[in-house]
Design a binder for this molecule. Structure first.
Ligand SMILES: [Zn+2]
Ligand SMILES: [Zn+2]
Length: 319
């Protein structure tokens, strides 16, 4: 049985509903599937960043497809957390306050729209979740190589379980994050809920193929977490990435990346150039370590203090 506010979904039932956010006019769409057998509750969200379409579409399809008969436990799916951002196409920001929802967790019941949305997720969903999967892509102006995040700086058991979840995601790179607050999956991890964030797609673009890959990964993981034996499913060969460098633009202007997402480089190599509107060089981004590009700005324009490129060092092979 699952209870969210006064919405009750009994064992063996599947229901569509909305999750209200106190002091905010828009509710989040949700589907709850309660398995015919008891087991853990798995929370799946997408659209915390509303221009990250692969995960949003995958979550909507998964919500249709999961059935009580195949579950040992419950699945809660919120396919579009930032509804106003989606409907106003404000890229990843919440329309009403211009905030990045994935920087404000655990939220604030007295704050602006984004704070209230985060607070509702924490109090109504994290409070009943045993595991958490959050689906993302590169933002509308970013290109990205698929990878999965887990938080490495929470209690050992949660970190270990989260890493195990990541091993079932069909991507080459697992990124160990050292941030335990601000983001949804980061904060959930700090509460002791094993959590991962899957990154796939970007640049306001999505394909059925990427949607299928997200769905495959989530389905495998849900069945595994609800009791299907590990050996029947695949642990992927992956590389562990650490020491993520998030470089922000020092100026507003034009950005010319030198590498592609997923490309390897050595420390000291040029990663891109920033030029003014006369073509004069303003800044050259130089790799501070050997690494691989996770994502980077793909639009010609770049904004001072906005994201420019993110890369990380390969520290281990996971087999
Ligand atoms: Zn995102
Ligand atoms: Zn496993």
């Amino acid at each position: 049985m699952i209870k969210i506010d006064d919405w009750v979904i009994e064992k063996g039932e599947k229901a569509q509903g909305k999750i209200k956010i106190t002091g905010y006019g828009i509710a989040m769409p949700a589907t709850v599937i309660c398995g015919v057998k008891d087991g853990p509750t798995i929370l799946i969200t997408a659209g915390i960043h509303s221009a990250e379409y692969v995960g949003i579409q995958a979550a909507m399809e998964l919500a249709k497809e999961f059935q009580p008969e195949e579950l040992k436990g419950n699945v809660i799916i919120v396919p579009l957390v930032n509804v106003s951002g989606f409907e106003h196409r404000t890229m990843s920001l919440v329309y009403e306050d211009g905030k990045n929802l994935n920087r404000v967790f655990p939220g604030d019941p007295e704050g602006t729209a984004a704070d209230r949305i985060a607070y509702a997720i924490v109090t109504k969903l994290f409070s009943i979740a045993d595991y958490y999967i959050d689906l993302h892509s590169g933002d509308g102006f970013e290109q990205l190589h698929p990878y999965v995040y887990y938080v490495g700086v929470v209690d050992e058991k949660t970190a270990e379980k989260s890493l195990h979840m990541a091993r079932h995601i069909g991507v080459k790179y697992v990124v160990r994050s050292t941030t335990a607050t601000g983001g949804a999956y980061n904060y959930a991890s700090s509460l002791g809920i094993p959590s991962i964030l899957i990154e796939r797609g970007g640049h306001s673009y999505w394909t059925w193929e990427e949607v299928e890959q997200d769905k495959r990964d989530v389905r495998h993981l849900v069945f595994h977490l609800q009791g299907k034996a590990c050996h029947g499913l695949k642990h992927y060969r992956q590389m562990l990435l650490e020491n993520v460098v998030y470089e922000y633009a020092p100026y507003t202007g034009c950005w010319y990346p030198s590498k592609k997402p997923g490309e390897y480089f050595f420390k000291g190599e040029e990663l891109g150039e920033l030029r003014d509107y006369y073509g004069n060089l303003l800044y050259t981004s130089i790799a501070t370590e050997n690494g691989v590009v996770l994502y980077q700005t793909a639009s010609l324009n770049i904004i001072e203090d906005g994201p420019m490129i993110a890369y990380a060092a390969i520290t281990e092979t996971l087999t």
